[in-house]
Design a protein around this ligand. Structure first.
Ligand SMILES: CC(C)CC(=O)SCCNC(=O)CCNC(=O)[C@H](O)C(C)(C)COP(=O)(O)OP(=O)(O)OC[C@H]1O[C@@H](n2cnc3c(N)ncnc32)[C@H](O)[C@@H]1OP(=O)(O)O
Ligand SMILES: Nc1ncnc2c1ncn2[C@@H]1O[C@H](COP(=O)(O)OP(=O)(O)OP(=O)(O)O)[C@@H](O)[C@H]1O
Ligand SMILES: O=C(O)CCC(=O)C(=O)O
Ligand SMILES: [Fe+2]
Ligand SMILES: [Mg+2]
Length: 338
């Protein structure tokens, strides 16, 4: 049975009150004689009751903080996202609000409108063609397992990881996406990230530290990398270098859903191709904005507000929260708080 709206609300409310959500009793596979241990009620913290995830998938996400669904997005859709990305890079269309980023190693080169100059586009919520990604029923079906039925698309990105020019600037340092979001509770936020081609360690796959979603939000800052670091690519300073890493090798259309506290990054692109992925962060509209003053998120809040003031040309009227209000769009259910 699908999670009812009231059920999701209750779960959110209980979350706000700082209580664990109601225990969910799940039938355990029983082999041979049932021992009392087989009937222990199971507590799920990071997933909601739904009939989409198998028990095995649900337990995997609970334990690891991510879940890969193979072959979820069609070749046809990926081709359309690619074509639209190229149109945007060639400046044939200029969707309002879009941010076009270059790799920091290439910023001093003369700009030519070409997809070979672009490392990432962000904030494509006003581009109806790319925003289709955030509306795909096959994506939302899984998103709902984490957010419940009232779903906001918080932030879209198409990442075009460039060939590394030798300075390792194509890497994305280990980070937790929650650092960028003044939104809670974190368990009602999830990222969907879809490989637009075969991605492995050669072209810079996602690298995750399984289970780190169970920890807290860590302080982030620019890594001290000699070759330079891209704007806003904050990283965790004190992650455990011995913590086991999983390199996510993915095929075109495969999609990983991951928790915003999961520590992840991506390695350098050692190929000559531009490695492409499309992603969106989703959150329940039952979430709340938080004030990040006095927290480790103050540094990113300041940077984002400065950037937004520059982009929209007015100063002193916006806070971190407002920059997210601008960008988020309802994709399913009702808009409640955020
Ligand atoms: C969970 C999720 C939210 C996680 C993330 O998204 S992490 C990454 C987030 N990153 C961002 O949001 C970055 C947003 N980017 C931007 O706003 C822009 O691309 C900018 C970096 C400001 C550059 O834009 P724009 O001003 O149009 O470009 P310009 O070519 O005129 O450059 C202005 C000055 O910025 C420098 N710049 C451009 N691109 C980068 C870069 N990638 N890294 C570091 N510095 C950069 C550029 O060299 C120039 O500097 P000056 O020549 O003025 O000293
Ligand atoms: N000093 C660092 N601080 C933070 N993150 C780092 C640092 N060095 C590497 N990383 C991150 O580690 C992850 C992958 O590193 P890893 O060495 O496992 O693979 P790779 O760099 O993709 O491939 P290879 O090691 O084969 O060159 C990336 O997410 C990268 O951004
Ligand atoms: O390299 C990637 O595609 C991952 C990017 C990422 O984690 C992010 O932008 O938050
Ligand atoms: Fe990330
Ligand atoms: Mg490496």
């Amino acid at each position: 049975m699908n999670l009812t709206r009231a059920g999701a609300r209750l779960q959110v409310l209980l979350g706000h009150l700082g209580r664990p959500s109601a225990p969910t009793i799940v039938a355990q596979p029983v082999s041979g004689l049932a021992s009392p241990a087989s009937f222990q009620p199971e507590q799920f913290q990071y997933t909601l009751d739904n009939n989409v995830l198998t028990l095995e998938q649900r337990k995997f996400y609970e334990e690891n903080g991510f879940l890969v669904i193979k072959n979820l997005v069609s070749d046809d859709d990926i081709q359309r996202f690619r074509a639209e990305f190229e149109r945007i890079c060639r400046e044939e269309v200029k969707p309002p609000g879009i941010v076009i980023m270059r790799d920091v190693a290439l910023t001093k080169q003369d700009y030519m409108p070409s997809d070979r100059m672009v490392s990432k586009i962000q904030d494509f919520q006003e581009d109806e063609e790319l925003f289709r990604y955030c509306l795909l029923p096959e994506i939302l079906k899984y998103v709902e397992c984490f957010t419940g039925p009232n779903i906001m698309a918080l932030h879209g990105m198409l990442i075009n990881k460039p060939p590394d020019v030798g300075k390792k600037t194509s890497r994305h340092p280990f980070h937790q996406d929650l650092h960028y979001f003044p939104i809670r509770p974190s368990n009602l936020i999830v990222c969907a990230w879809t490989a637009m081609e075969h991605i492995d360690r050669n072209n810079g796959c996602l690298v995750v530290l399984p289970g780190t979603h169970k920890g807290t939000l860590k302080p982030h800052d620019y890594p001290k990398w000699e070759g330079g670091v891209n704007k806003m690519y904050h990283g965790i300073q004190d992650y455990d270098p011995n913590s086991p890493r999983v390199h996510l090798v993915m095929e075109k259309g495969d999609t990983v859903f991951f928790h915003p506290l999961l520590i992840h990054g991506s390695g350098r692109n050692k190929t000559q191709g531009f490695r492409k992925a499309i992603s969106c962060h989703f959150g329940s509209s039952d979430c709340q904005y938080i004030d990040v003053s006095g927290t480790s998120q103050e540094n990113i809040a300041r940077e984002v507000v400065e950037m937004a003031e520059k982009k929209y040309g007015f100063q002193g009227f916006m806070d971190f929260k407002d920059t997210w209000i601008f960008r988020s769009r309802l994709v399913k259910g009702e808009r409640i708080n955020i």
